[in-house]
Design a protein around this ligand. Structure first.
Ligand SMILES: NC(=O)c1ccc[n+]([C@@H]2O[C@H](COP(=O)([O-])OP(=O)(O)OC[C@H]3O[C@@H](n4cnc5c(N)ncnc54)[C@H](OP(=O)(O)O)[C@@H]3O)[C@@H](O)[C@H]2O)c1
Length: 168
């Protein structure tokens, strides 16, 4: 099982201006990259706050939404599961369903929940040609991860994808 965290950020390291800020500020090539990586994986993991910013369930992939108010594994609609299970339990469940590379899709709180349990294997960050000056980062509160840069790719005209392995 390999967990890939996939996030878009501005050049000044912000993933959103606030908790209810929908990530519609990325370039077309970035959106295409997100769609292709998540479709290849087949499953995305979101925090409930992030899921609430989306217009609906993204088609063609499973969405796992982490919420304290959910049951262990609530099937709310086709391809949509709400769960209050701990990250390691969610990964066990996904493995049993045949998924080998789930994509962790934020936000800050849920990324940190997985990072604290050392469950993130790869981090892909796309850098958008934007500055927000303030807002949310990839993780909070404090954590410490050591990374190795594997490669980078230009996406479209102005964006970049950075691929890191998490050293364990
Ligand atoms: N730029 C990007 O690529 C990107 C990607 C994703 C998100 N974002 C942005 O990030 C922001 C949201 O981040 P966020 O940190 O505010 O929220 P989040 O991580 O998306 O979700 C937080 C929610 O997860 C649930 N939760 C937290 N701890 C839990 C635990 N221990 N067990 C079970 N459930 C738990 C809670 O939901 P309940 O209240 O239901 O319990 C909590 O409100 C949005 O603005 C979004 O647009 C940006």
């Amino acid at each position: 099982m390999k967990v890939t965290m996939l996030m878009a950020q501005t050049l000044d390291g912000r993933i959103a201006k606030s908790s209810n800020h929908f990530p519609d500020w990325t370039e077309k090539a970035d959106k295409k990259f997100f769609k292709s990586r998540t479709k290849e994986s087949g499953v995305m993991i979101f925090g409930r706050t992030t899921f609430d910013t989306l217009p609906g369930v993204l088609p063609g992939r499973f969405s796992i939404v982490i919420s304290r108010s959910a049951g262990a594994w609530d099937e709310r609609a086709e391809n949509l599961i709400f769960t209050s299970l701990a990250p390691a339990e969610i990964l066990k469940k996904l493995k049993s369903l045949g998924f080998s590379n789930p994509i962790l899709c934020g936000g800050t709180t849920i990324n940190t929940l997985f990072a604290r349990e050392n469950l993130i294997d790869e981090i892909i960050v796309t850098v958008s040609p934007k500055i927000f000056g303030d807002g949310l980062g990839l993780f909070s509160p404090e954590i410490s991860l050591d990374l190795a840069l594997e490669k980078f790719e230009k996406l479209g005209e102005n964006s970049l994808a950075l691929f890191y392995t998490v050293k364990k």
